[in-house]
Design a protein around this ligand. Structure first.
Ligand SMILES: CCCCCCCCCCC/C=C/C(=O)SCCNC(=O)CCNC(=O)[C@H](O)C(C)(C)COP(=O)(O)OP(=O)(O)OC[C@H]1O[C@@H](n2cnc3c(N)ncnc32)[C@H](O)[C@@H]1OP(=O)(O)O
Ligand SMILES: NC(=O)C1=CN([C@@H]2O[C@H](COP(=O)(O)OP(=O)(O)OC[C@H]3O[C@@H](n4cnc5c(N)ncnc54)[C@H](OP(=O)(O)O)[C@@H]3O)[C@@H](O)[C@H]2O)C=CC1
Length: 253
């Protein structure tokens, strides 16, 4: 557990703050003393996070794929200590059923828009020796049947994280890759029985909680990881060690 008030005086921007992991991260950062700005497309979900967080959380409805609006908003925040690129997602489909537009939509959200958020926040982060945490998926480089588009985009984010860590030494960047986190969002993608089977096959036989992801993000936002940049941290119960083929049921198409 991190000490009370460890993030007092820090400002964080969290994308996808209206649900699941992004909400848990926002609440934990506020609890630890940070001022948090949450963005997402649905204002009503962000307002729910605000009512849970109380003072210390403000929000703006924003589609991060709208480069001009997102860039202007992020630049307008000024100095920033922590950027959490949590907004993301995909649809599950066999590779043969992913159209070029479908592939582009997923790559845009999970790779290009995320890269633009980092670019827009660069000056504000550099002013304060800031940190970036990019949410990814566990072990995309091993291949994830059903998620060809997302695996490609998430592997790209890990590479971007490493590259920027080399090019921008004034900013620390991390890639945090959960395995299965039982959020409402993942529940809309896969039925509970299938999620339970995937979780049971991981070496630790367990899912990762939103609170655990939030604690890692908060820790990376403190000085605890000052000797680290560019790293990929898998928070996945060891699922990245298991071949995707044995986690998933459908390998073909
Ligand atoms: C079979 C076994 C699989 C096992 C998998 C194991 C791994 C499980 C662990 C998963 C862990 C990950 C968890 C999470 O990420 S939790 C987050 C959950 N929430 C989401 O992911 C929702 C987010 N999704 C979206 O917001 C949208 O889907 C997205 C942004 C990705 C696209 O939205 P957009 O509005 O841009 O898209 P359009 O509706 O305009 O469509 C664009 C093209 O995409 C095609 N499309 C859309 N959905 C599907 C589909 N279900 N199947 C195929 N194609 C789809 C759509 O048709 C458009 O293309 P065309 O114009 O060519 O038709
Ligand atoms: N749950 C899991 O098992 C895992 C999740 N992840 C990743 O963690 C992140 C959070 O997932 P989780 O909390 O489970 O799922 P959610 O679906 O609850 O979270 C996704 C969030 O992203 C926001 N979002 C999506 N598209 C956009 C957009 N274009 N602009 C702004 N915000 C957007 C959504 O808000 P809104 O719709 O209002 O815009 C939502 O709050 C995602 O990147 C996910 O892929 C990774 C590994 C495993």
């Amino acid at each position: 557990m991190l000490p009370d008030g460890v993030l007092r005086g820090k400002t964080a921007l969290v994308s996808g703050a209206g649900s699941g992991i992004g909400r848990a991260v926002s609440l934990r950062l506020v609890e630890l003393g940070a001022s948090v700005v949450g963005v997402g497309r649905r204002a009503e979900r962000l307002a729910e996070t605000a009512s849970l967080a109380g003072e210390g959380f403000r929000y703006q409805a924003l589609d991060i794929r709208d480069r001009a609006a997102a860039g202007a908003f992020v630049a307008g925040l000024g100095g920033l200590d922590l950027l959490v690129n949590n907004a993301g997602g995909q649809f599950i489909a066999p590779a043969s059923a992913i159209s070029p537009r479908g592939f582009a939509a997923v790559a845009d959200l999970n790779l290009t828009a995320t890269a633009s958020m980092i670019q827009a926040a660069r000056e504000g982060l550099a002013e304060r020796g800031g940190r970036v945490v990019n949410l990814s998926l566990s072990a995309p480089e091993r291949g994830i049947p059903g998620l060809a588009h997302s695996a490609a985009a998430r592997a790209g984010i890990a590479a971007l994280t490493r590259t920027l860590a080399r090019q921008w030494p004034g900013i620390r960047l991390f890639c945090l890759a959960p395995g299965t986190v039982l959020t409402e969002g993942v529940g809309e993608e896969l039925p509970p029985e299938q999620l339970a089977r995937i979780v049971a096959k991981t070496p630790l036989g367990r899912d990762t909680s939103t609170a655990e992801v939030a604690e890692w993000v908060a820790a990376l936002g403190t000085g605890i990881a000052d000797a680290v940049s560019g790293s990929l941290i898998e928070l996945d119960g060891g699922s990245g060690l298991v071949a995707a083929a044995s986690l998933n049921e459908s390998e073909q198409a």
